[in-house]
Design a protein around this ligand. Structure first.
Ligand code: 1AE
Length: 384
């Protein structure tokens, strides 16, 4: 029992000594001997090195931290395991494992893969998500039309851009209200359910109230910039029984941490522990690429058997219909294909952009169907 943290350092000599020193420092809190420290006192609190290994140039070691050293939240767990240590450029945090005894405080996603699929009534293909684009400086009427266009092309989930907060031209509560009308109209006309994730923003202590106001006003999902608010903010929202809509975790700002924490830990393990239903991350294909092995690890960590529900990986950024084959090959069908520019930049408009993605999925899954919108997209984005 305890928390297991695995680190990497850029050296291969004296690894056992260094690991033991780190374990002691992160128990005692300082670098030097303390006259008042007693062997007895440390016995049940002392972190211990459980393994070390090395390659030609780097070493790894795992330290187990007693549960008694932390409280049941990200803040204390991350401070104990990688607080001051994160400021040492030569050390990288690779992995963190919490014992199942903490699952009451880290219950994970409310909906997960099955819950989202059930809400959307889609079980046999990847989901398609699109992102509002170019909405800053435009009013609600513009936003409403963009939403209608995206849905009419067959989108399952529409999300706000992460840079669209509460603002005078398109206030979040109005987006929730208008969005719900559009989603309901779409359902009446097509029998197809869809979700619209609204950016949850504003003062940190008011997030819960704001989430409840948005849901009351009609929000069917929330987009949350988790690394600007903190993992515990997401965990509290996801755990809250009154926040009864799926939460999409956006990776904004996570890149500020990837210098010393792996992408897969930040955007896979932590996000699933914190309770998001979808985790967005840069795909391994675009210019903003996540290293391929790390992106595939996020896929595996999202689905890994656990007491927590599996969540949906959302490889994003620079996605266009020509990449659908790669995405399905690498991520399978329990994935969300997410595009902003790849929808709105379609030469025939957003509805055609959405249709192109649905047509690409049908083609890759070997289903017959039209390819008119797809052909135009491929011409635009794969032959340049
Ligand atoms: C990594 C998240 C991607 C995202 O939020 C976003 O807005 C992508 O936009 P496009 O698809 O690259 O235009």
């Amino acid at each position: 029992m305890g928390i297991l943290a695995t680190y990497e350092i850029n050296r291969t000599d004296r690894v056992a000594d260094i690991a033991a020193k780190i374990a002691l420092e992160l128990t005692v809190g300082t670098w030097t001997d303390l006259p008042h420290l007693e062997r007895q006192q440390l016995q049940s609190y002392r972190a211990e090195v459980v393994s070390t290994s090395h390659t030609d140039t780097t070493s790894r070691f795992t330290i187990r931290y007693p549960l008694d050293n932390v409280s049941s939240d990200f803040s204390s767990i991350l401070t104990t395991t990688f607080g001051k240590l994160s400021l040492d450029d030569s050390v990288r945090l690779l992995d963190l494992e919490l014992p199942e005894s903490l699952s009451r405080d880290f219950p994970g996603a409310k909906f997960g893969v099955d819950g989202i699929r059930e809400q959307l009534g889609v079980n046999d293909r990847p989901l398609v998500m699109s992102i509002f684009k170019g909405v800053i400086g435009r009013d609600l009427r513009f936003l409403e039309q963009q939403l209608r266009d995206q849905l009419s092309g067959g989108i399952d989930i529409v999300k706000d851009d992460e840079i669209l907060y509460d603002n005078p031209l398109t206030p979040s509560l109005e987006r929730a209200r208008v969005g719900r009308i559009v989603l309901d109209d779409h359902y009446k006309a097509t029998g197809k359910r869809a979700l619209y994730a609204i950016t949850l923003s504003g003062p940190v202590f008011g997030l819960r109230d704001q989430a409840l106001r948005l849901i009351e006003a009609g929000a069917t999902a929330l987009l949350f910039n988790v690394y600007t608010y903190g993992l515990d903010a997401l965990r509290e929202l996801a755990k809250d029984p009154d926040v009864r809509v799926p939460i999409l975790a956006h990776p904004a700002f996570a890149g500020a941490l990837t210098g010393s924490i792996n992408h897969s830990l930040l955007l896979g393990t932590f996000i699933r522990l914190a309770g998001a239903d979808l985790t967005l991350f840069p795909s391994p294909y675009g210019s903003l690429a996540t290293p391929r092995d790390e992106a595939l690890l996020i896929r595996d960590l999202s689905a890994k058997p656990s007491v927590r529900k599996p969540i949906l990986p959302v490889p994003s950024a620079g996605i266009h219909p020509g990449l659908v084959e790669d995405i399905i090959r690498d991520f399978g069908t329990d994935v969300v294909i997410n595009a902003g520019g790849g929808i709105h930049g379609h030469p025939d408009g957003a509805a055609a952009g959405a249709r192109a993605f649905r047509q690409a999925i049908d083609q890759v899954l070997g289903r017959a169907g039209q390819t008119d919108a797809l052909d135009v997209a491929l011409e635009a984005w794969t032959t340049r």
